[in-house]
Design a protein around this ligand. Sequence first.
Ligand SMILES: Cc1cc2nc3c(=O)[nH]c(=O)nc-3n(C[C@H](O)[C@H](O)[C@H](O)COP(=O)(O)OP(=O)(O)OC[C@H]3O[C@@H](n4cnc5c(N)ncnc54)[C@H](O)[C@@H]3O)c2cc1C
Length: 488
Amino acid sequence: MAGVGTRRWFDAAPRGVETSYEFVEGWGMAAGAPARVLRPRSVEELARVFEAARRSGRKLALRGAGCSYGDASVTSDGDVLELGALARIRAWDPASGVADCEAGVTVEQLWKRSLPDGWWPRVVSGTMFPTLAGAAAMNIHGKNNYAVGTIGDAIREFDLVTPRGELLTCDRARHGEVFHAAIGGFGMLGVFTRLVVETKKVHSGELEVTGISVPGLAEALGEIEARRTSADYLVAWLDGFARGADLGRGLIHAARYLEPGEDRQPEQTLSVRHQELPPSILGVPKSEAWRALRLLNHDAGMAALNALKHRLGVLEARRGPYRQAHAAFAFLLDYVPNWKWAYGRRGGRGLIQYQAFVPHARAHEVFREILRASQAAGHVPYLCVLKRHRPDPFWLTHACDGWSLALDFKVTPATRASLWRHARELTELVLAAQGRFYFAKDLVLGPDDARRMFPAERLAEFQALKRRLDPDGLLATDLSRRVFGDFA
Ligand SMILES: Cc1cc2nc3c(=O)[nH]c(=O)nc-3n(C[C@H](O)[C@H](O)[C@H](O)COP(=O)(O)OP(=O)(O)OC[C@H]3O[C@@H](n4cnc5c(N)ncnc54)[C@H](O)[C@@H]3O)c2cc1C
């Protein structure tokens, strides 16, 4: 209970700012701490929060919707500053597809506003619940990262309120270095209060999706690489339990936007109603489906489920291309609300996602070893997802000209220590191949790893900017302390 029960809890909350005391955890439930949570409802209230923090020296951890898997928006020293109440779309232009949004507007709010006018967000994550500010702070990528870059590439401009109380309006030219450092800067340089984002013109509310079943890892990589210039989205699910010659078998989904005229009823498919996910799955109400998954949440159950998914994938691939609503394709994981609860809801249980980014030339060798070593260590990932990426200009970006393999590992009090040791071994493999990691998914990196991921001069520049914008080091999270120490 670090930071709790000390007199610092009794520092007065900033005047008029909604305040509560909660156990604040990462999305994967494997990290969390009790904290005072401040929820400013305006930029003026936010300024008062910073003023009070400068006086008291109390640290602040920024938080959006709390969808980062690990400890990126968790703190055991100081307050949580949650920006979800600033959630207005200030302006939407259906002619250009540009939205001017407050920080707490979610990906869901954005697509629900833009799609009926024929626009879809250029970059979305696998869930629609993140805020745009949280997405910008992590520089999120989608299943089209190899083609369009990260969300930073779709941001035109933002307002950032620094802990010193300045408001900086930044774009690629104005405060260009702040623009490129704060996107992907994991909430260390200031608070995004407004973001201007571009969306993409679409002529239908549906995509044409093709399933491609692959017998192994080499084929998965080869098929995606071959479709890179023709598909708008590419993602592969891999069976983490398949061994030997089947290692890395799985199902690729390639999708493309429809051309004008291909959809005979665009007004209907572009409606929000057409995008809504069905209310039940195989007759089970969606809200209860996680209970069914819980029954299978052990190695034998997940091995069977992965094998079944592979068989169904073979059948899907035979069926040929089909149409699917954007939301159903993009937010597959939202189909089962609270599916993470299948991993256990308290008592040190949960999941971590370990997402390794590896340059193209080394990806096959490193991912094969990651899958093999995980099976040998008895920590088999229950869900594995493979994606293609491309570099971008943001200072601390995770993306590279290469691939990522994201692995969901179950965490229990009994397996935690050995899982962390296993992750350490994998991390050494990835770093030796000039790979990187993604702070939105991380809970296992150590203090030297960032120095091995990014060029020294880049880190020095980021640190200098941090000192300039946040001289008292007020913005800090458990992630920043774990990976960077006290870098003010
Ligand atoms: C099921 C699931 C699927 C996902 N799929 C993907 C995916 O496909 N691709 C991908 O890239 N990510 C993915 N993610 C991760 C998710 O997109 C990121 O973690 C995102 O940052 C979450 O946004 P949030 O609003 O929840 O922010 P939080 O998780 O609360 O915070 C994220 C970071 O933003 C900072 N922050 C929050 N608000 C502000 C602000 N106003 N100003 C400055 N900094 C701020 C926080 O300090 C923290 O460092 C997935 C997550 C889940 C749970």
